[in-house]
Design a protein around this ligand. Structure first.
Ligand SMILES: [Zn+2]
Length: 272
């Protein structure tokens, strides 16, 4: 599968949602720069995208037991929730005929125990995305308010407009559908965020091969280097009681997986 193939026609313009405030939690981010684009892009769907070809998706349950994420109210652990939603999402998507679904992990263990820190772990997950020819990588997360119990809502972290400029728009299209579905479940829609790499890393980490500023978040950064569009789905805050009430428990997690799945099915035109 051609990893650069764009599967979805760009439809309509996106409203530029300006987000103030801080990006909390597991990604250790500070305020991101909103880069929503308002252009209507033409489809660049490959002429070789025959109907018989399958969409290749990589589901990434964020974190693992060696790289723990956020801890929420009552000790709920992000890495456990992402794995549960990931497994449910896989089950849902596998009901469709024109898709191949892969997972970066299916147990609590780190899939790349020799990789090192979380950046290296995420880099290995992105290398896997290219290896399988992924058309999209969907990284599943839950957020933390880092002491602010009022922080709430869903947000999608998308790749910036540098180096592989179409990925930003693709992320907003798929991400917008996910946010809409999560909003229907009661989560506040906090929109999209991008964040460029900071100055406190090695110079070669600060830019893409074309010299443009790289993405800060490791999954988004390294997925782009491996030529894979990616989004990080921050479903909600496990440090906020109202969000957690919509997250905790098997029934709720299934609803989150269904929200993600329905968006993916629509975006990629999956059929049973
Ligand atoms: Zn996370």
């Amino acid at each position: 599968m051609n990893t650069k193939k764009l599967w979805k026609k760009m439809t309509g313009a996106f409203v530029c949602l300006v987000m103030a405030g801080t990006l909390f939690g597991c990604e250790s981010g500070s305020a991101g720069t909103q880069t929503a684009t308002a252009d209507t892009a033409e489809s660049t769907e490959s002429a070789s995208a025959a109907a018989s070809e399958k969409v290749v998706l990589l589901i990434d349950p964020g974190h693992d037991s060696a790289h723990p994420g956020a801890t929420g109210i009552g000790g709920v652990k992000e890495e456990d929730l992402t794995l549960q939603v990931g497994e449910m999402l896989k089950e849902e998507l596998q009901q469709y005929s024109n898709v191949e679904v892969y997972m970066t992990r299916e147990t609590s263990a780190c899939p790349y125990p020799d990789a090192g820190g979380s950046v290296e772990d995420n880099r290995a997950r992105c290398a896997y995305a290219e290896e399988i020819g992924a058309d999209f990588m969907i990284s599943l997360h839950f957020n933390s308010g880092s002491g602010d119990e009022s922080a709430n809502g869903s947000m999608i972290l998308v790749q910036n407009t540098n180096y592989e400029p179409t990925y930003n728009q693709m992320g907003q299209e798929l991400g917008g559908m996910i946010l809409s579905n999560l909003s229907s479940l009661g989560f506040a829609n906090k929109g999209f965020q991008t964040k460029d790499m900071t100055d406190d890393v090695e110079p070669e980490q600060q830019t893409y091969p074309d010299g443009s500023r790289s993405d800060y978040y490791a999954i988004l950064h390294h997925a782009k280097l491996h030529h894979v569009p990616a989004v990080i789905v921050e479903h909600g805050f496990i440090t906020n009681q109202e969000d957690l009430n919509r997250i905790n428990g098997t029934d709720n997690l299934q609803k989150l997986a269904d929200a993600d799945a329905q968006a993916i099915v629509t975006y990629f035109g999956l059929v049973k």
